[in-house]
Design a protein. Structure first.
Ligand code: SF4
Length: 240
């Protein structure tokens, strides 16, 4: 097992092609309760939780409740809590920031240009995330390289330059969509039922629509914007 004192570059290289279980095992040993899994309860996230809790029943899991999530996502959170007997740390936006934004720009400002959409993502997601990451030395995400053109360059373990240089761990970076779904079915992992209604990627309700078979899996997120703009700011150091 790779230790925390090993040179960071060597750790990143040696874990690049490791199995997700090995990557998570290393993360728990290296960072203890200073590592947490970020979950929006998409298909990748529930796989991560299933693997992580099997290794460490005390694994920390946090989520960002933007206040605009689909009710199916809240249902799934309760299912996950009950099945795995885990606590989910919920991060909310600052009330005064939401109040000012809505009073100045309206409830559905995100449809009025990328700047306003990013303002909403910033207040509802990025600021709460940064506050949570301030408690941590490392975070675990369900990002995969083939999810989007903005994610092709992610590594299994990387330094998160946009968040104080803490460690960002992507145990599923090399997984395909088929591998994710095979895992979910084989292990009877609860998943968001919106996936069965044509939503491969699920975010806030007003910013997510189902996609057609010929479309990219992230085509339903902020569908009114061009693909290179489609990140919410949570993963700023993604490389194109
Ligand atoms: Fe706001 Fe939409 Fe971003 Fe959610 S996804 S935070 S509703 S702009």
């Amino acid at each position: 097992m790779i230790g925390i004192n090993t040179d960071a570059g060597d750790v990143m290289d040696s874990l690049e092609n490791a199995h997700a279980e090995e990557v998570l095992q290393w993360a728990f040993e290296a960072f203890g309760n200073k590592v947490a899994i970020a979950s929006s309860f998409g298909a990748e996230d529930v796989v991560l939780i299933d693997i992580a809790v099997g290794i460490n029943p005390e694994a920390r899991i946090f989520t960002l409740d933007t206040g605009r999530l689909p009710h199916e996502t809240y249902e799934l959170m309760d299912q996950i809590k009950n099945k795995y007997n885990v606590n989910i740390e919920v991060c909310f936006p600052e009330e005064h920031r939401i109040k000012t934004m809505v009073e100045e720009h309206g409830f559905n400002l995100f449809y009025n240009g990328v700047q306003k959409r990013r303002l909403c993502c910033n207040i509802r997601k990025v600021e709460p995330l940064q506050k949570k990451l301030g408690e941590l030395d490392a975070w675990v995400c369900g990002l995969r390289r083939d999810q989007a053109i903005t994610r092709t360059g992610i590594r299994t373990v990387e330094i998160d330059a946009s968040n104080r240089g803490i460690i960002k761990i992507n145990p599923l970076a090399a997984w395909t969509e088929k591998e994710i779904w095979d895992y979910i079915k084989e292990n009877e992992v609860p998943y968001n039922r919106l996936h069965d209604q044509g939503y491969p990627s699920i975010g806030c309700s007003p910013c997510t629509r189902p996609v057609r078979a010929i479309e990219d899996i992230r085509a339903g997120r902020w569908w009114w914007e061009s693909p290179e703009l489609k990140e919410c700011g949570l993963h700023k150091n993604d490389r194109n």
